[in-house]
Design a protein around this ligand. Sequence first.
Ligand SMILES: [Zn+2]
Ligand SMILES: [Zn+2]
Length: 397
Amino acid sequence: MFGNGLLTNRDRQRLVELRRDFHRHPELAFDEHRTAKRVEQELERIGYSTERIAGTGVVATLKGNLPGATVLLRADMDALPVHEQNTHSYVSTNPGRMHACGHDGHTAILLVTAEFLHRNRMQLPGNIVFLFQPAEEGAGGAVRVIEDGLIERYQPDVCGGLHLWSDVPTGELLVTTGPFMASMDRFDITVHGRGGHGAIPHSARDPIVAAAHLVTSLQTIVSRRVDPIEPAVLTIGSIHGGDAFNVIPDQVALSGTVRTFSRQTQKDIETWIRTQCDAQADAHDVTIDVDYQTAAFPTANAAKPAAWFRELAEHIDGITAVRLDFRTMGSEDMSYLLDRIPGAYVFLGAGNPEVGACYPHHHPKFEIDEASLAIGVELMARYAHDASIRFHELASA
Ligand SMILES: [Zn+2]
Ligand SMILES: [Zn+2]
């Protein structure tokens, strides 16, 4: 099934054609209507029937001919509110919208993987579930597909996915065991005081001074409460209060983010933020409200699926190096799928300055090296095959 020359020239052309089509027509979270339609058309052309999930999500299932487990492969489809500054022939036609994270490539890779596996279904073990997920970029798409019954409807045993990554050269594969991307929480804090004259502070309750103490005291959470060996970030990203130099305002609003590598630290930091807010409220005779939301768990790969990726990578010509130590404080909502289904999520190098793929993700000049797309298909197809057999062996052992 996986001899040399896995993909035909037609597959390679289709990969680029699909990726550029998605790139021309970027759509934001839960607004991926055209993208979802194009995904459905492609899947139906190949011979699949499709179902919708979470509105703009699309799922298709392939039944193999041999015994095996059910493997879910996931691609995300959404773009970003970025105005593209590239000048190539397939530049975004939606002003203020851009595929600046490579999700156009992920969608194209999963479609061509679905076509390749469909062609080879007589030699395929188990079942493959293809999930085209909406709204990865902070809008909770993975949570919504789970709420819409992904696991009950398709019963995946094991899952996998990839992210193209312009920060490393094409051909490098990053596979980490355990947690390797951070959780992402967002908090909004409102300090309610009592406004008054700037010259008569004792008759007011100054929310600015309380907020200033709070910002400083929140910094002690990572420096004094979290184990120094445990990665954690707490950033206050905005602070707003007051309109005039001589007026004490009624309130100050702050917002920020917390990133961790463990669910326990994630929970602890929320508790400590609330404790600090209560303490500052007492000290300054103000009230402080905290709205705390989790947008991603730490992304953690199960040991065996990560090892399967590493082993199959040896059989892929385009892969030049496999790195095991990749970690980032960035986050991914694939973490919600990995929390419910054992599996692994890998990063595939797509950087190449010769084709302009040298800008960071989310940059208005972001680009991927399209040579990475075919490697992505081979990775996904081999993982689907191997994980199905390996998981089935484990389950029946
Ligand atoms: Zn992104
Ligand atoms: Zn992304």
